[in-house]
Every structure is written in structure tokens, then in C-alpha cells.
Write a protein that binds this ligand. Structure first.
Ligand code: HEC
Ligand code: HEC
Ligand code: HEC
Length: 388
């Protein structure tokens, strides 16, 4: 009885603390304020997560197939050396400008690292699941359920909102100067990137893909809005990218009435308008993470988004760059939604019309809106008649 009461108290305190945190605070990943990091060596024994069976092979999947295990090593390659040199930084593997995402333990106060945590282990278990000190001993107990592990401090990655916040911290906003020095542009796409990351977990829920897509897009928009709201003179390219995604989510949320909408944009932007979109998109992400989607919602979205060809015309307000950014986000969306409705015949690999659209958005300088419109029409025609 007493144990039950204590458990509920913990749960309530946790829920309160959780709901009071601002989105920007939640996005602090590896640097979350308390608990020590043990390092991957603490997770990899064969009786824990380093075994061969499906239930115990997370370490093997991560170390052998996951890009995150290489993220530190990348900082020692020639491309990184060039980027660091262009920026006048110390070697990339020693610069916090790079290690903050590629080698998170190097950005953690040394007192929070146990002697077993290696600074060069890259994006490892605790970068996503949170510092293990507080939950390591308890999380294997048979009488602990998932909620109790989360209460003990393990990050609730089953929540798509929490999961998206975890990934987006390293996958969307990048200092403009780092990008101009030759770093790949970052575009967060939770659904696509969850498929690309070799999964070390099971997920059989049929609505996961649509949910991951929508929550991920909303969280990406929130982060871009937050970043832009801080600057009086935001980078023009960053604003064009923001407009592309805001446009997509305005179209998507216009499709139903019970999820929060991203309002259609005025063409002038300001810190206040970015802050307003930041709030709208955070609300959208939170709600979409819990929402009961209608069975045909992904189909309805796919149809509506594929029918946007009239919006790809340059005008005084809509530059070619903005159209390119719209197209970029749109094509990724068409791909993920096709996948979500299980329309296998039209998924990227098998649908030439979709491949053509991917071709069209490969290069900003070669992008031609009229050609894109034509190809978008061809894509629409491939949507199964019953879905059109
Ligand atoms: C905001 C987080 C973040 C920061 C800061 C960051 N990176 Fe990255 N970096 C990433 C992500 C995420 C990728 C993977 C991008 C992709 O492939 O889409 C990446 C990819 C790379 C790649 C290409 C890897 C490949 O497989 O080709 C190099 C090289 C690189 N980063 C070097 C650097 C250097 C050098 C710095 C510091 C000047 C730096 N990064 C700062 C997140 C970051
Ligand atoms: C890039 C982020 C990331 C990294 C790095 C990562 N995980 Fe995960 N992990 C996830 C996500 C997302 C899930 C899915 C949510 C869930 O099931 O809890 C997950 C799920 C799991 C699960 C639950 C499996 C299931 O089917 O229920 C285990 C166990 C796990 N991870 C262990 C590990 C271990 C051990 C490592 C390091 C070797 C690791 N993870 C590294 C993101 C990550
Ligand atoms: C602490 C920072 C960090 C976190 C958190 C993180 N990543 Fe990454 N991720 C990186 C870096 C750095 C790279 C580049 C490493 C490379 O290319 O080998 C990367 C690469 C990737 C790649 C391969 C490149 C690409 O973009 O296709 C995928 C997929 C990916 N991450 C998915 C995820 C997912 C899904 C999550 C959340 C569950 C996540 N990441 C969380 C830093 C992070």
C-alpha cells in the first residue's frame, strides 16, 4: 500500500516537472542536468544488451550498423578537418562546436562522467536514453514496469513527442557558418530517419509512421522558429527553409479540424511571428503524439499535398528559393505518406514518378518550378484511384 502511494507521488511530481519544462529545455539532450553517464560499456555485457538474441542485441546493432557509433570518428576525417580549418577552429574532434552533436560526452561536465564512459564513443545509448546512473540498477527489476523506469529518469522514448525532441536536438538547427564551411545541411524527418536508423527496437503499431512523420515535422518547425526568433537579421536561406516547412504544415493541418493548425503565413516575418509559429508547432507536436488518427487520414493528406501544383508559381512574394524549399519538404512528405498508407507500389523505390520528384529537388540551382509542377501532376496520377 505504502509503496503504491509513493509510486503515485513520484508519478505526479514527475508529470508536473515534465509539463513545466519549456520545449527548448527538453531539447538539451546529453547535457540534461543530473545523473552520471556510465558509458556504453555499462550496457554491452552479453547478459544485458550485448547478446545475440533479438531481445538482447541492441549493442550489436548500434556498434555494427548504426551511424551514431561512428559520429566521433567522422570528426577525424579529411572533410571535418577542412570544415574546422575554414572556421578557424582547433581540430574538429577537440572543438565543442562539433563535439556537442558528434561526441556528446565531451560536452558534459567531467564530474558527470564515470570512469567507464569514453569521450570518443560517439552518440551512444545514454545520448538518447539519458544518463543511466539513476535508473541503471532498477531498470532490470522484474517488478518494474516501463512507467517506473521512466519515473526513475530513463527517457520516455516511446512517446513520439519525447523521441522527436531527442533526435531534433542534433538533427535540425546548425549554425549557418558551419553549414557554409561545408557541413551537410540538416533536415529533420523523424519518420524517414527512424527507418534509416537500423532499429534496435520493435514497433508494430500501424499508425506509428504517420505519427512520427507529423510529430517530427512539427518539432522541426518549432526548432527552426525558435532559432530564427533569436535573430534580428536572420539568414535569408534559413528563412526560405522555414517558409517551406511552414507552408507544408499549413497545408497538412488545413485538412482536419481537431488538431491545432499552423496558420497560413503572411509574407513578412518577425521575431514575434516566429515565436507564434514556435508555439503553434509545439502544440501541434504534443497533440499529434497522442492523437487518434482516422484510418484514412494519411490518404487524405497524400491526396491534398499531391494536389498543390498551383502553389508552385513564382510571384513577388514567393521567390524561387522558397518554392524550392517547399518542393523539398513536399517530396519527402509524399514519400513518407505513400509509405504510411502501405501503398507499396508507389513507395519511392518502385514509383518512377516519385523518383522523378526526388531528382527535381536534388539541386537548388537546377530547380525548375514548371518542370516540378508537371512531375507533380504525373505523381498524382499514380495515386490509386480509390485514394484519389
Ligand atoms: C547540430 C548538431 C551538429 C553539429 C553542431 C555538427 N554536426 Fe556534423 N553532422 C550532424 C548530423 C546530424 C550529421 C548527419 C547529416 C546527414 O547525413 O544527413 C552530420 C554530418 C557530418 C559530416 C558528414 C558525415 C558523412 O557521413 O559524410 C561531417 C564531415 C560532419 N558532420 C562534421 C562536423 C564538424 C567538423 C562539425 C563542427 C564544425 C560538425 N559536424 C558540427 C550534426 C552536427
Ligand atoms: C539515436 C538514439 C538512440 C541510441 C543511440 C540508442 N537508442 Fe535504444 N532506443 C531508441 C529509441 C527511439 C527506442 C524506441 C523506443 C522504445 O522502445 O523505448 C529505443 C529502444 C531501446 C530498447 C527497447 C527495445 C524494445 O524493443 O522495447 C532498448 C533495450 C534499447 N533501446 C537499448 C539501447 C542500447 C543498449 C543502446 C546503446 C548500445 C541504445 N539503445 C542506443 C533510441 C536510441
Ligand atoms: C547527440 C546528438 C544526436 C542525437 C540525440 C541523435 N542523433 Fe542521429 N546523428 C547524429 C550525428 C552527429 C550523425 C552523423 C553521424 C554519421 O553520419 O555517421 C547522425 C546520423 C544519423 C543518421 C544517418 C544520417 C541521416 O541523417 O540519414 C540517422 C538516420 C539518424 N542520425 C537518426 C537519428 C534518430 C532517429 C534519432 C533519435 C531517435 C537521432 N538520430 C538522435 C547525432 C545525433
Amino acid at each position: 500500500m505504502l509503496r503504491n502511494v509513493l509510486w503515485w507521488l513520484c508519478a505526479i511530481v514527475f508529470t508536473l516537472a515534465y509539463s513545466l519544462r519549456s520545449p527548448a529545455a527538453e531539447v538539451e539532450v546529453a547535457t540534461s542536468k543530473d545523473g552520471q553517464f556510465i558509458g556504453v560499456v555499462g550496457c554491452k555485457s552479453s547478459s544485458c544488451h550485448g547478446g545475440a538474441g533479438e531481445k538482447r542485441n541492441q549493442y550489436l546493432t548500434w556498434s555494427q550498423q548504426d551511424f551514431h557509433a561512428r559520429s566521433y570518428a567522422i570528426l577525424t576525417n579529411a572533410r571535418s578537418a577542412r570544415i574546422a580549418e575554414t572556421l578557424g577552429l582547433p581540430p574538429a574532434q577537440e572543438s565543442t562546436r562539433c563535439t556537442v552533436c558528434h561526441s556528446p560526452f565531451q560536452s558534459v561536465a567531467p564530474v558527470r562522467l564515470m570512469s567507464t564512459a569514453r569521450p570518443d564513443e560517439g552518440v551512444s545509448c545514454e545520448s538518447c536514453h539519458s544518463a543511466a546512473e539513476s535508473w541503471l540498477r532498477g531498470h532490470t527489476r522484474k517488478d518494474w514496469n516501463y512507467a517506473m523506469r521512466v519515473t526513475a529518469g530513463m527517457r520516455d522514448l516511446r512517446s513520439f513527442y519525447v523521441r522527436a525532441n531527442t533526435c531534433v536536438a542534433c538533427h535540425q538547427n546548425l549554425d549557418v557558418n558551419i553549414m557554409k564551411a561545408g557541413h551537410p545541411e540538416l533536415t529533420f524527418e523523424l519518420d524517414g530517419q527512424s527507418v534509416a536508423e537500423p532499429k534496435h527496437w520493435r514497433d508494430d503499431n500501424p499508425s506509428s509512421s504517420l505519427r512520427a512523420w507529423l510529430v517530427g515535422q512539427a518539432v522541426a518547425l518549432r526548432e527552426m522558429s525558435w532559432d530564427l526568433s533569436k535573430s534580428k537579421t536572420p539568414d535569408a536561406e534559413a528563412v526560405a527553409r522555414w517558409k517551406g516547412l511552414a507552408w507544408l504544415l499549413a497545408k497538412a493541418t488545413a485538412q482536419q479540424t481537431s488538431l491545432p493548425i499552423i496558420s497560413t503565413l503572411s509574407e513578412t516575418t518577425s521575431p514575434a511571428s516566429f515565436r507564434a509559429t514556435q508555439e503553434q508547432s509545439d502544440l501541434l507536436a504534443r497533440r499529434a503524439a497522442e492523437y487518434q488518427f482516422r484510418n484514412d487520414f494519411a490518404q487524405q493528406l497524400l491526396r491534398a499535398l499531391a494536389a498543390t501544383n498551383s502553389e508552385f508559381v513564382t510571384s513577388n512574394e514567393t521567390s524561387r528559393d522558397v518554392l524550392f524549399r517547399r518542393a523539398q519538404r513536399l517530396v519527402l512528405a509524399l514519400d513518407r505518406l505513400s509509405n504510411a498508407i502501405g501503398q507499396r507500389t508507389t513507395a519511392a523505390a518502385k514509383n518512377p514518378a516519385l523518383n522523378q520528384l526526388f531528382e527535381d529537388i536534388r539541386s537548388r540551382t537546377d530547380f525548375q518550378a514548371p518542370r516540378f509542377v508537371e512531375h507533380l501532376r504525373s505523381f498524382s496520377a499514380t495515386i490509386e484511384p480509390s485514394l484519389r
